[in-house]
Design a binder for this molecule. Structure first.
Ligand code: FDA
Ligand code: NAD
Length: 461
């Protein structure tokens, strides 16, 4: 079987991989030194598009429109511009997506130095001998490895939920999942959708399914949506807004089973509280799990991820971990944390590559000093959050779901300081301002005063 050797290998072809590749190019990687190995069939793209514009009924986003690095305002890293595609001939024709095959063959002609090895799942990693083995049996040797395998979805079949393997029950992680959803939306026009989960996927998918004119029910166990970030006050706005759009929300219960028709297609969702919902399509978003299994027992782990230092170096020499899989020192809170969001994926990847080059040149770089940043968009809404959501909270602004121009926010206060800030419908300047607040952590004399100040600023804007 084929054996290939690279100085640098990025394992994973997602957001981190794309931003790492750009940084490698900036640092002057030489032709043939770097390979990206991905089980996906396309070059790195901005994953957040999959739950938003990719599923729009009008003018949906399609590749190559959202390859990295457009998501952070950079130039698109088009495969044909910077990457050499190395593909075994037998997989260069993609039966499900012939258009992708042409694209691959075309790109093969342009040799610019970074090997993008697609449709290649690594099934074995040996960090002691510095080798990776693919499902097809190829061996890849490396000197430096960057683990950028991201997360996989948690499936209802993992908990043995009855009937959870029926057809038309979907999950969303990769572009192939999104393509299947697009097909289902077209096949089940004006049909009924049940969204299981009230987190990021639940909220973004309910909205986009409604935009596609489907009848949407959302089910989640908690008393309000997005409990890992939202307060009851923040959630009340989104739940009211979604209800006004015709989305039916069922809280405090879970899906315990599914029934299917004679074709094996899902027909009903059975809830723990005894209710039964009709469904032509089910979308499940009940969380992600970092993909670390290849490295179990070979590298130190922490809080479910691969432990790294402030330069994304793991416990194994020459092995780095970035993005969703890395548990790194969050300097601002003096705590080890893992972050499953795109901004960190981009920044951690760039930081790791800078650190690799600095180490080989005997230089040093600053420690990673990350301020958490999360965001989401749905309908005409758009929120941003910076910092830490711990401590007491103060809600401010107009959070009436029926308001024509709702605009509101929340601060989190711990030990007399503002540590987190959330804003719905902020302008770019206002979003920058709340980021600064979360970074600077100004002291707060009293929560009442802070609430009053925030209201006054809101009235003035
Ligand atoms: P990422 O998942 O991007 O890439 C991992 C890559 O590794 C994939 O290409 C995968 O196929 C590959 N891989 C894994 N195992 C492999 C193996 N054994 N062999 C070969 N390849 C392998 N965040 C945010 O801040 N705002 C947002 O709006 C969104 N929206 C959003 C929508 C959807 C649908 C998802 C799924 C996620 C988001 N996120 C988000 C989260 C964000 O996209 C996520 O945190 C980053 O993509 C993480 O980047 P990574 O590079 O770590 O993993
Ligand atoms: P999540 O953790 O945001 O939400 C999971 C939700 O499912 C929670 O509300 C949870 O309580 C609920 N749940 C758990 N078990 C359930 C059950 N049996 N039945 C019904 N509900 C159940 O995870 P997600 O929404 O699946 O997102 C997956 C990954 O994708 C995460 O890493 C997330 O950060 C990422 N993502 C991020 C964004 C964004 O940042 N805007 C958008 C989409 C996806």
């Amino acid at each position: 079987m084929a054996e290939k050797t690279f100085k640098y290998v990025i394992l994973g072809g997602g957001v981190s991989a794309g931003y790492a590749a750009r940084e490698f190019a900036k640092q002057g990687v030489k032709p043939g030194e770097l390979a990206i190995i991905s089980k996906e069939g396309v070059a790195p793209y901005e994953r957040p598009a999959l739950s938003k514009a990719y599923l729009f009924p009008e003018s949906p986003a399609r590749l190559p429109g959202f390859h990295v690095c457009v998501g952070s305002g950079g130039e698109r890293l088009l495969p044909e511009c910077v990457l050499l595609i190395l593909l075994p001939m037998e997989i260069s024709f993609n039966k499900r997506h012939p258009q992708k095959s042409e694209f691959i063959i075309e790109a093969q002609l342009i040799v610019t130095g970074i090997a993008l090895i697609l449709n290649t799942e690594i099934v074995k990693a040996d960090l002691a001998t510095k080798t990776l083995v693919s499902a097809a049996g190829e061996t890849f040797n490396y000197h430096f490895l960057i683990i950028a395998t991201g997360s996989s979805v948690i499936r209802l079949t993992d908990f043995g939920v009855q009937g959870a393997d029926a057809k038309n029950i979907y999950y969303l992680r990769e572009i192939d999942d999104a393509d299947k959803l697009v097909e289902a939306i077209q096949a089940k026009k004006n049909g009924k959708v049940v969204i299981v989960g009230g987190g990021y996927i639940g909220l973004e998918l309910s909205a986009v399914m409604k935009l596609n004119n489907l009848d949407v029910n959302m089910v989640y166990p908690e008393p309000w949506c997005m409990p890992r970030l939202f307060t009851a006050g923040i959630a009340a706005f989104y739940e009211g807004y979604y209800a006004n759009k015709g989305i039916k929300i069922i809280k405090g219960t879970v899906a315990v089973g599914f029934t299917a028709d004679a074709n094996g297609e899902v027909k009903e969702v059975k809830l723990k509280d005894g209710r039964v919902l009709e469904a032509d399509i089910v979308v499940v978003g009940v969380g992600g799990r970092p993909l670390t299994t290849l490295f179990k027992g070979q590298v130190e782990e922490e809080k479910g991820g691969i432990e790294t230092d402030s330069f994304f170096k793991t416990s194994v020499p020459h092995v780095y971990a970035v993005g969703d899989v890395a548990t790194f020192p969050m300097k601002i809170y003096n705590e080890m944390r893992r972050v499953e969001h795109v901004d960190h994926a981009r920044k951690s990847a760039e930081h790791a590559v800078k650190a690799i080059f600095a180490s080989t040149e005997g230089k040093s770089i600053e420690e990673y000093d990350y301020l958490p940043f999360f965001y989401s968009r749905s309908f005409n809404l758009s929120w941003q959050f910076y910092g830490d959501n711990v401590g007491d909270t103060v809600l401010f602004g107009d959070n009436s779901p029926t308001s024509e121009n709702p605009k509101f926010g929340s601060y989190w206060i711990k030990d007399g300081k503002v540590v987190g800030a959330f804003l719905e419908s902020g302008t770019p300047e206002e979003n920058k301002a709340i980021a600064k607040v979360a970074r600077v952590q100004p002291p707060v004399e009293s929560l009442d005063l802070l609430a009053k100040d925030a209201e006054e600023e809101d009235d003035a804007s």
